[in-house]
Design a binder for this molecule. Sequence first.
Ligand code: TRP
Length: 353
Amino acid sequence: MSEPANTSAAERRRILTGLRPSGPSHVGHYAGAFSQWLELQDEYESFFLLADYQVSDYADNLPWIRWGLWEVTLDWLGVGLDPDISHFVIESGVPEFAELTLHLSWFLGLGHLQRNPTLKAELADLEATTKSVPVAFFNYPVMQIANILLPLAHLVPVGDDQLPHIEMTRDVAIRFNRRFGDTFVVPEARIGAVPRLVGIDGKGKMGTSAGNAIFLKDSEDTLRAKVRSMFTDPKRLRATDPGTVEGNPVFMYHDAFNPNTDEVDDLKARYRTGRVGDVEVKDRLFDAMNALLAPIRDRREHWAARPDDVRDVLAAGTAATKRRGEALVEQVRTALSLDYLRDGPPPPPEGAP
Ligand code: TRP
């Protein structure tokens, strides 16, 4: 990966990642994303983005975004993302993201966008539910590219559904650099180890508004009730029936959240041979998840009681990112010769009338 001329080799390498803040985070976010971000934040200077501009049906969703942005921030503080070493960034608080989006949109073909499988699927959903797809749908992937390129991120930790977006980001950076000189870092994706978590209903992936999520902020009682209600092997009627472990949500969760692998192996063996009841398997899962979530819940409540401190965290991270954005956008404007007023009228280009 090439280092552009404007960063010194002694600087820490950077990551940028984020999400669309439309509501509180669930344990799927933790397993698939936050746990990985936690591991990276000591090594990399980290930009954690609240991508409010990119929430789908933005204009209809403003009250949810306003609320969700604070909820996600508390979730991040709760899991231990550390605002003393990382930046929590409100996207719309850095208008340079928007300006960069405009410039970069010249460097990405519509055909490339339309071939992106993640966007294809999202577009199909949109077309099924909206009369007219907003232009913003086509801007948002460019904006994501701007999100990554603005802080000159080296690494982008994301779920595998975002891989095509990172591929587009690399293309845009390479194309721009080739034309106008080294400006952007060409970033790499880092895919998390845990794939998308299934919901407690076993029906599809866990979703904030799908009614099948365990939220990081759920109380101990709520957690216990949700784990108890989890979908499991439907063919198993009695504890003495042999059960299926593969594809069974309760065991998927054990694999994702129970660090005691001996216990998990033992439960699986007994489940397969009809020597353990669902209740015991679920109680052990509750214990493991509660051990993980209790300190997160406590830290979250600590911050929730101090909204002024949370505001400071968001203001500081956003301001730091804005300063970088200003410098970078200036550089991009110069590269694109948008500094019209610096030298007065230039000589006419070749062939000018
Ligand atoms: N599109 C991402 C998602 O839906 C969120 C996002 C916005 C993002 N900008 C980003 C992720 C930049 C990584 C890097 O989850």
